[in-house]
Design a protein around this ligand. Structure first.
Ligand code: SF4
Length: 194
């Protein structure tokens, strides 16, 4: 029996954004050119952790939870792994918090990421994660995202689709949203779309 294909949560997030990004990361991992947006996101997170540590946990409805920054999570049952920005560990439940650098709502790819972390954390902590949160950095807003059955299923479906893509080594179709290509680290590889 072949070894299971372990996926990173980032793969699921990227899959929801553009499946080709996942292909390139897997089969041409050194090819991408980090964009200015990616560098900014890393810097912002480093600056945010001390501020977040002073925020009251009432914001999340989890007054007594313990904050765990950047925990490494992995699940042998799901064959998924990843490191969310923050995990809140309360007596009867847990919640994942992910930081978002830009304005706007919780886009589908961010919801996918939050749900994937939540599923793994449920396995690791053996507690439910009914809601996750996006912490929107520009205005310090906290956006709750219910981890619904539909969202959970979308994680399972996306993981299966990615594993099928990896096993077949076939280049997926590009995103329909051409605007995303303008700021993509792999823009030079997708000659067929321009
Ligand atoms: S250039 Fe466009 S289609 Fe190609 S990987 Fe980037 S987002 Fe996807």
């Amino acid at each position: 029996m072949p070894d299971p294909i372990i996926l990173n949560v980032g793969d699921l997030k990227q899959w929801a954004y553009c499946p080709r990004v996942v292909f390139y990361h897997r089969f041409a991992p050194t090819a991408g050119v980090p964009t200015a947006k990616m560098q900014l996101a890393l810097q912002a997170q480093e600056q945010l952790e001390p501020l977040e540590a002073r925020r009251t946990l009432k914001t999340y409805g989890l007054d007594t939870a313990q904050r765990i920054f950047s925990p490494w999570l992995s699940s042998d049952q799901l064959n998924l792994q990843g490191k969310p920005d923050l995990l809140l560990d309360a007596a009867d439940r847990i919640a994942i918090v992910d930081f978002k650098l830009t304005a706007g709502d919780a886009a589908p790819n961010l919801q996918m990421q939050l749900a994937a972390y939540s599923l793994i954390a449920e396995h690791v902590y053996q507690k439910p994660a009914p809601v996750g949160f996006i912490y929107r950095i520009p205005d310090s807003a906290v956006l709750p995202v219910p981890i619904t059955p539909e969202l959970r299923q979308s994680v399972v479906d996306a993981a299966e689709a990615i594993r099928t893509m990896i096993a077949s080594e076939s280049l997926p179709a590009p995103t329909d949203l051409r605007k995303r290509c303008e700021d993509c680290e792999f823009a030079n590889f997708c000659a067929d779309i321009w």
